[in-house]
Design a protein around this ligand. Structure first.
Ligand code: ADP
Ligand code: MG
Length: 392
């Protein structure tokens, strides 16, 4: 694991302020093992935190202002803390988009706790979470800033409360309508474990994955593709799920079971039915994955991962030819299981692979992309590791 971004955050701070920071905090990106598009249906997801992290070096200042800098951009943004409430959400356009994440977290913390204990701060940010690759660099920056400010301002919020702060910042200050999965995994991650999250109650169980003992690795196969209908497709899927729930008379598709599907098929048009069937069976697969891990171990979850992919490809129709190629080639080369991960229409697929066949799977996927005339994928392993922490 690299420690370079921690040193980069500290160095950026020293450059900016001319003295050492009081501390450095960090929070990781994440990969979702299974449970796709279930979050906004009040359902279940099963993500884990990874070794890529965002670091924040913090020092206090006495003038009630907050200044943010990141190695991501040469721009430095500074505002008075008591201006934040005017800026968010109404005048958010005046703030550079990247700076809405850290400033939005400060705003959400102040608003939620009603605290006037907030002192001014300088924040210097550095990260090795790739941006926009589906690994949630946004939750990483939110988690790091929320942890740093919570401690500095003496707020004493717990990890779930800090995850909610991150979501509030992202929804209201940034203006991105996302669920809470990313923030929960970034805050609650543990080594070789994933977070079984009930998106309705926000109850979260940390479940051992046992990948290390079983000699398994998780490969991320980033296709580098983002199809143009990604944003519209996401909205359409959400609308189909809402229509399905309304027609079936439930608050959310979480309340529909596999046994209810025949009735759903009678009541819904074909497309809506298939969207509903994905959500209903995917929720069941998340629960089954957790049970299988506990009872049989990680080698036994492969079929569930594959079934999840097939459901996204055929019923939810959010896969892409590149994702199908990655999944098929990985399975043909001996992966235990594989599926696309994230919102779909591009992005990354994952494969669960024995340590000895990592190179074989990587080479097979690379070759399949070349054969199909696709740009070379970016393939790397990720390790489930701990969530937000203070580093020094
Ligand atoms: P992701 O899938 O990586 O979470 P998002 O679009 O949700 O993609 O969030 C990416 C955005 O978060 C970036 O465009 C940037 O505005 C902000 N961001 C993430 N990491 C950093 C960083 N280290 N420094 C500054 N801004 C960051
Ligand atoms: Mg994000």
């Amino acid at each position: 694991m690299t420690t370079a971004p921690a040193a980069d955050a500290r160095a950026l701070f020293v450059d900016l302020v001319g003295s050492e920071p009081t501390g450095v905090w960090s929070s990781p990106g994440r990969v979702n093992l299974i449970g796709e598009h279930t979050d906004y249906n009040d359902g279940f997801v099963f993500p884990f935190a990874i070794e890529h992290r965002t670091y924040v070096a913090l020092g206090t200042r006495t003038d009630g202002r907050i200044r943010v800098a990141s190695t991501f951009t040469p721009e430095v943004v500074e505002v008075a803390l008591d201006e934040l409430d005017d800026l968010f959400p109404a005048r958010r356009d005046e703030i550079a988009e990247w700076a809405r994440y850290p400033l939005g977290v400060a705003w959400a913390l102040a608003k939620t706790t009603g605290s006037d204990a907030a002192t001014g701060v300088d924040l210097a940010i550095a990260s090795d979470v790739p941006v926009g690759a589906g690994l949630s660099s946004s939750a990483a920056i939110e988690g790091a800033v929320a942890s740093a400010l919570d401690e500095t301002w003496g707020l004493g919020l717990d990890r779930v409360a800090l995850a909610k702060i991150g979501r509030t910042a992202e929804n209201e200050a940034v203006g991105a309508p996302t669920g809470i999965m990313d923030q929960m995994s970034s805050m609650l991650g543990r080594p070789d474990a994933a977070i079984f999250l009930d998106c309705r109650s926000l109850e979260a169980d940390v479940v051992d994955l046992g990948f290390a003992d079983a000699g398994l690795e998780l490969l991320v196969m980033d296709t580098g593709v983002k199809h143009s209908h990604a944003t519209g497709g996401y909205g359409e899927r959400r609308a189909s799920c809402e229509l399905g729930a309304r027609t079936l008379g439930v608050a959310a598709l979480r309340d529909v079971s596999v046994d209810d599907l025949p009735r759903a098929e009678e009541l819904l048009d074909d497309v809506t039915y298939r969207r509903v069937r994905h959500i209903v069976t995917e929720n069941a697969r998340v629960i089954e994955t957790v049970r299988t891990l506990r009872e049989k171990g990680p080698e036994a979850i492969g079929d569930l991962l594959v079934a999840s992919h097939v459901s996204m490809r055929d019923d939810f129709e959010i896969s892409a030819p590149e994702l199908d190629t990655a999944v098929d080639a990985a399975l043909a080369a001996g992966a235990i299981g594989a599926r696309m991960t994230g919102g779909g229409f591009g992005g990354a697929a994952i494969a669960l692979v024995s340590h000895d066949s990592v190179d074989q799977v990587r080479d097979a996927v690379t070759a399949a992309f070349a054969d199909a005339g696709y740009a070379a994928p970016h393939i790397f392993t990720v390790t489930p590791l701990e969530g937000a922490r203070r580093d020094n």
